[in-house]
Write a protein of this length. Structure first.
Length: 207
């Protein structure tokens, strides 16, 4: 992510934390029930107990909490570009791993699953959103063993909020298919968003 975009995004969330505290509402990701559904769709990519999971844009580490409540014990790591989020997550879940890191600009290890939820929906000011998400998908895919799951706002809506970016599911599917033949697009849930799964490629059937 461009440093100018990173700066204003961090300022946006840090201001909310100062005004509202480290509450769920400060994240602006919708009602609790919507978040639970969103997390369940991410999990359905195939996450199993014992897997390693990297959560990009982890916020407070809520996906880790969700997995634990589902009885799915994983080797969880969360990355975020906001130092306040990382500090809060470390305090809440000291047994997990949290790091201040930008996967497009820094090196990192491989994980079974790389996921991200409600992280890339702000309209960037210094970079094209499609260019940015293409970089994210490629970076995540190159560091996964079993797959990538990322949810995004869909452009199949009748209202668009200011400062938010609404992605074409068809365009994201096309980007993903250039990365791997094994792609699944989830647009079957009652929310104004979709989720893309990318699994490791295959060589095709031998004749």
């Amino acid at each position: 992510m461009k440093e100018s975009d990173k700066a204003w995004i961090n300022q946006r969330y840090s201001q909310r934390l100062n005004e509202e505290g480290s509450t769920y509402e400060a994240l602006r990701t919708g009602p609790w029930e919507r978040r639970e559904l969103r997390f369940s769709i991410i999990r359905e990519i195939g996450i199993q107990p014992g897997d390693s999971v990297l959560d990009v844009g982890c916020g407070y580490g809520d996906f880790y909490d969700y997995l634990n409540r589902q009885g799915i014990q994983t080797n969880y790591t969360g990355f975020d570009i906001n130092p306040d989020f990382v500090s809060i997550a470390k305090e809440r879940y000291p047994e997990a791993s949290f790091e201040l890191k930008d996967i497009n600009n820094e090196t990192y290890d491989k994980y079974d699953w790389i996921i991200s939820s409600s992280c890339f929906n702000l309209a960037l000011k210094s970079q094209d959103n499609y260019e940015f998400i293409d970089e994210i998908l490629k970076s995540a895919y190159s560091h996964c063993n079993k797959g990538v799951a990322i949810d995004l706002f869909t452009d199949y809506v009748d209202f668009k909020a200011e400062n938010m970016f609404y992605y074409s599911p068809e365009k994201i599917f096309g980007m993903a298919k250039k990365i791997s033949k094994r792609v699944c697009l989830r647009h079957d849930h009652p929310m104004f968003e979709f989720c893309v799964y990318i699994y490791p490629d295959f060589q095709g059937w031998a004749k």
